[in-house]
Design a protein around this ligand. Structure first.
Ligand code: PEP
Length: 252
């Protein structure tokens, strides 16, 4: 059955010392809580991954990378492969974040290749997608989301979905302070679960965790996370503060 998940995307924030200090605070605070049903994930920058993974070892906190390259190795200056992530103790990778799609030209085709490379290396994938404001205004949000999921993931066998976490992140809500209403989130998440069920089967659809992302904070998390098809959140800004992040984890 699907799990509740709170994942913090630290983006390009926190140097090594700040990353170590933040993960330390989070693991310490989580020790006191009984959260056996909720997975807690943090995604620091590449330079901090190894140390953060080391500090998180044996704790409730799991560590994800924010990106990776699809090739195994070679002449790709500045890039990091799936194998390299595994070698520093990372087992999860975020792929398809809207900032990667928008600022770094990551297309559906590239993302499908990245998904394959991650899964081949036994990395779990948090796959992000979501519509821009124009799409929502013109009522294209369902078709945009459907095509991102279809192009990025529907080539996979059903069994591969054990290692897929979905993250619906309407781009107009990321870092803007504007959040989808709990009803808008639920409507989209139910739609996503239905297209997964139609493509595969109800079991695959029921088992996949679907996270919501877009200005989730302690004041609105409870209501969003209480929706039937919302299994947690991918958190940006609020994940940079240990107290806020712990509040979010406690919001279920
Ligand atoms: C994100 O970037 O994944 C995100 C959801 O950011 P924020 O919570 O800051 O909107």
């Amino acid at each position: 059955m699907r799990k509740q998940i709170v994942a913090g995307n630290w983006k390009m924030n926190n140097d090594l010392d700040a990353s170590k200090s933040l993960v330390k605070k989070i693991t310490k605070k989580l020790k006191k809580k009984s959260l056996k049903d909720t997975r807690v994930i943090v995604a620091p920058t590449f330079v901090s991954l190894q140390k953060v993974a080391y500090k998180a070892k044996g704790t409730k906190v799991e560590v994800a990378a924010q990106n990776m390259h699809q090739a195994k190795s070679g002449a790709f200056t500045g890039e990091i492969s799936a194998e390299m992530l595994k070698s520093v103790g990372v087992n999860i990778v975020i792929l398809g974040h809207s900032e990667r799609r928008e600022y770094f030209g990551e297309t559906d085709v590239i993302l499908a290749e990245k998904v394959n490379a991650a899964l081949e290396n036994k990395l779990e994938v948090i796959f992000c997608f979501g519509e821009v404001l124009e799409d929502r205004k013109s009522e294209k949000h369902f078709s945009v989301v459907e095509s991102q999921i279809k192009n990025g993931l529907f080539h996979l066998e059903a069994s591969a979905w054990d290692n897929i976490i979905l993250a619906y992140e309407p781009v107009w809500a990321i870092g803007t302070g504007e959040t989808a209403s709990p009803e808008q989130a639920q409507e989209m998440h139910a739609f996503i679960r239905k297209i997964v069920a139609d493509k595969y089967n109800q079991e695959v659809a029921n088992n996949v965790s679907i996270l919501y992302g877009g200005s989730v904070k302690p004041s609105n998390a409870k209501e969003i996370f209480s929706k039937e098809d919302v299994d947690g959140g991918l958190i940006g800004g609020a994940a940079l503060n240990a107290d806020d992040f712990i509040e979010l984890v406690k919001s279920f």
